[in-house]
Design a binder for this molecule. Structure first.
Ligand SMILES: *Cc1c(COP(=O)(O)O)cnc(C)c1O
Length: 358
């Protein structure tokens, strides 16, 4: 079976962990500081604050920017639950807006229609590694005096009009979960142009302390360990090469797959293909995936249930494009460990299953 995801861990990552183990300093220390400095290179030199997960990155970014009770944050419902959980955990209310079915990201017109007197922020998700329409969303945020956050958990080094994701608003959040484009085992990073927000993030992740035992505010322990940072540093060095391979794999699949809707890239966007997601029209998507599996091709559905309909939120909303893509989306393997023969197998299987009319 060709797996849908394949984390790549090499000897350099093992050596880096061993180096930290031998140093005897395991918790947040010099490796985390170095990882933050190095990560700044992919976000135009912004402040970077490492934490223990992408979810913590999102949660703390809202708290650090002063989002809380009574505030509304506009997010897509077509995302991983952490997107909306982070808003709710900050005490604010996620307001779900519809997506564009071509790019699977927030529809700017739907965002504008969702603005109320309580709206404080907009948070697009760069789903599957395709940047949301950041120029338009940034203009809407400016026009209505709203903060722009980015859920860039799936989009390391993606960009729009030459500007990297994570650098468009008050804060961007990245994840280093094992299946993401680069991993630290677990981990997250907040990027921000605002020095005061960066300072509050550093306080929030460490019990409100900058100076030991001089706790200034009530904070969490959401620190990244030096073990994780050491893995992340090695992976960051490999990110550009892996991204190029993902893009080449996607370009091949876009050419070779003719029988289902392949993913387009918006003009001005650099897509980093965390996932390669097709839309299955005129077939039952789950039966299609089962047929692919019987031909040795793994796939994934991200995400089968829009967040607003999950038991954790249970809202009655009319989001037609969200419902459409949740029913049709199917992510095929695109990871950098694929060989040419496997890419051909994937494309041939997709075309054959579509023609057979599963
Ligand atoms: C992975 C992911 C997160 C959460 O990241 P974790 O590191 O797993 O906490 C948030 N948003 C999206 C869109 C994700 O894909």
């Amino acid at each position: 079976m060709i797996p849908a995801a394949h984390p790549i861990i090499g000897d350099e990552e093992r050596a880096a962990v061993d180096r930290v183990m031998r140093s005897g300093m395991l918790a947040q220390g010099p490796e985390v500081a170095a990882f933050e400095n190095e990560f700044a290179s992919i976000v135009d030199g912004l402040h970077c604050v490492a934490v223990n997960s992408g979810t913590s990155a999102l949660h703390l970014s809202f708290l650090a920017a002063g989002i809380g009770a009574g505030d509304e944050v506009i997010v897509p419902s077509f995302s991983f639950a952490a997107t909306a959980n982070a808003v709710a955990l900050a005490g604010a209310t996620p307001v779900f807006a519809d997506v564009e079915p071509d790019f699977f990201c927030l529809d700017p017109a739907a965002v504008e229609a969702a603005i109320t007197p309580r709206t404080r922020a907009i948070m697009p998700v760069h789903l599957y590694g395709h940047p949301a329409d950041l120029p338009t969303l940034a203009a809407i945020a400016e026009k209505h005096d709203l903060l722009l956050f980015e859920d860039a958990a799936q989009a390391h080094a993606a960009s729009f009009d030459g500007k990297p994701v994570g650098a468009w608003g008050i804060a961007g959040s990245f994840s280093f979960y094992p299946t993401k484009n680069m991993t630290a085992g677990e981990g997250g990073m907040v990027t921000t142009p605002d020095e005061e927000v960066a300072r509050r993030l550093r306080l929030l992740r460490n019990q409100g302390m900058e100076k030991r035992y001089a706790n200034e505010i009530v904070g969490f322990n959401t620190r990244m360990t030096d073990l994780h940072a050491a893995i992340g540093r090695v992976q960051l060095g490999k990110l550009a090469g892996w991204t190029e391979t993902r893009q080449k794999n996607a370009a091949f699949l876009n050419e070779a797959i003719t029988e289902v809707v392949t993913p387009p890239t918006a003009p001005g966007a650099v897509h980093v293909f965390h996932q390669y997601t097709v839309r299955i029209e005129g077939h039952d998507r789950d039966a299609f995936a089962a047929e692919l599996a019987s031909r040795g091709v793994g796939s994934g559905v991200y995400y089968p249930t829009p967040i607003h309909r999950l038991p954790s939120f249970e809202l009655q909303l009319d989001l037609p494009a969200t419902e459409q893509v949740a029913a049709q989306c199917l992510s095929l393997p695109v990871h950098p460990a694929l060989g040419q023969d496997e890419l051909e197998t994937i494309a041939d299987a997709v075309n054959a299953v579509a023609r057979a009319g599963s």
